[in-house]
Design a binder for this molecule. Structure first.
Ligand SMILES: Nc1ncnc2c1ncn2[C@@H]1O[C@H](COP(=O)(O)OP(=O)(O)O)[C@@H](O)[C@H]1O
Ligand SMILES: [Mg+2]
Length: 338
């Protein structure tokens, strides 16, 4: 049994202008100990998917229209409030993009750590809370953890604040850590340090990781397996080496071509033409077909299924061109130059 099993999961948001079909049949299994990256342009549904795992999408307007999510065999969609509360934090920890939003400016770091720890265990003494807080802050390599407990969020740098939030996410000893764009708000050098910290925590604590980012570079630095999302679908799921070495989906190729090449500063990265569709009226068939350089008539009619392709059984792609061999061998334009 996988630690996390998402099966044909569908979620929509109801609004004045209609229903937006944001997750369109997501199937994804994550094994214990895996580090899986989820990548895709902004608006593809990555955060909605992450929040779905913890049932954090506000309903309404969110509405689950199909599928299942199981954590360690337990049906998350059927859990009552108490079971959900137990799962959030103690089974699954989550780190979000913007550390400022998730730290309360009027309480000290120590007060906020204490609140998180008490939520996990009401019986903790003050001394135990302090000791555990210091240990958690040290585990995310914050110097002078004891003194830090008396500080307010605004006295910390962005990188330090994100470390505090990672420490809070670890407070309940979760097995699964979901990090949603954890470094996007940080400077590049700080970004690397926080990524190195996450990689180190995963190794040291044997965590299972789902790392979400719009940046393939960030994902590639840590994850052994990469899942590519486009407009609410998984279009490719592959071991990292295969995804970087032999990407199959035209969208993945476009994402790769859009990474700036530091060795060729004169060479502008290509961008994928067009933009993600309006999810209230998504294109029929493959949602990527209006932007796809390989689109065939069938692509506008039939939704491609995620199926094994490439050299490894664990490499799966949802693409008619790949399935029929049209994309193989052909000089595939990875993207149209911007
Ligand atoms: N609470 C909400 N109500 C309505 N629409 C939402 C809500 N949250 C997200 N969405 C929509 O879901 C889509 C996917 O958003 P999101 O998961 O945040 O994308 P990503 O994280 O990949 O950038 C977007 O079109 C967004 O507008
Ligand atoms: Mg997001």
């Amino acid at each position: 049994m996988s630690l996390l099993e998402i099966e044909d999961y569908r979620l929509a948001f109801d609004g004045f202008e209609g229903r937006a079909h944001v997750l369109d049949g997501i199937s994804l299994s994550v094994e214990a100990g895996e580090a899986v990256g989820v990548v895709g342009e902004t608006g593809c549904g990555k955060s909605v998917l992450a929040r779905s795992i913890l049932r954090l999408n506000p309903a309404p307007p969110a509405r689950v229209t199909g599928g299942a999510i199981r954590y360690d065999g337990a049906d998350i969609l059927a859990m009552d409030k108490a079971a959900l509360r137990r799962m959030r934090g103690s089974d699954i920890g989550m780190v979000f993009q913007d550390p400022v939003t998730y730290l309360n400016p009027v309480f000290t770091i120590g007060q906020q750590m204490a609140e998180v720890l008490r939520a996990h265990d009401r019986r903790l003494s003050r001394a135990a809370i302090r000791a555990r807080s210091v240990a958690l802050l040290e585990s995310v390599r914050l110097p002078e953890a004891g003194a830090l407990l008396g500080r307010y969020p605004h006295e910390l740098s962005g990188g330090m604040r994100q470390r505090v939030l990672i420490a809070e996410a670890l407070a309940g000893n979760p097995r699964l850590l979901i990090a949603d764009e954890p470094t996007t708000a940080l400077d590049v050098t700080i970004q690397r340090q926080v990524l190195a910290l996450i990689a180190d925590l995963v190794r040291r604590m044997g965590l299972t990781l789902i790392l979400i980012s719009h940046d393939l570079g960030v994902i590639g630095a840590i994850c052994r397996r990469i899942v590519v999302m486009y407009a609410g679908n998984i279009v490719e799921d592959a071991p990292a080496e295969a995804l970087f070495g032999r990407p199959l989906h035209p969208y993945t190729r476009g994402l790769l071509a859009a990474i700036p090449d530091l060795k060729r500063p004169d060479h502008l990265p290509a961008s994928i033409p067009g933009s993600i569709p309006n999810l209230r009226q998504p294109p029929p068939g493959c949602r990527f077909h209006p932007r796809c350089p390989l689109a065939m008539p069938v692509c506008a009619k039939v939704k491609p299924v995620l199926a094994p392709a490439g050299d490894e059984a664990s490499h799966r792609v949802a693409c008619h061109a790949v399935a029929t061999g049209t994309a193989l061998g052909a000089a595939v334009p990875s993207a149209v130059p911007a």
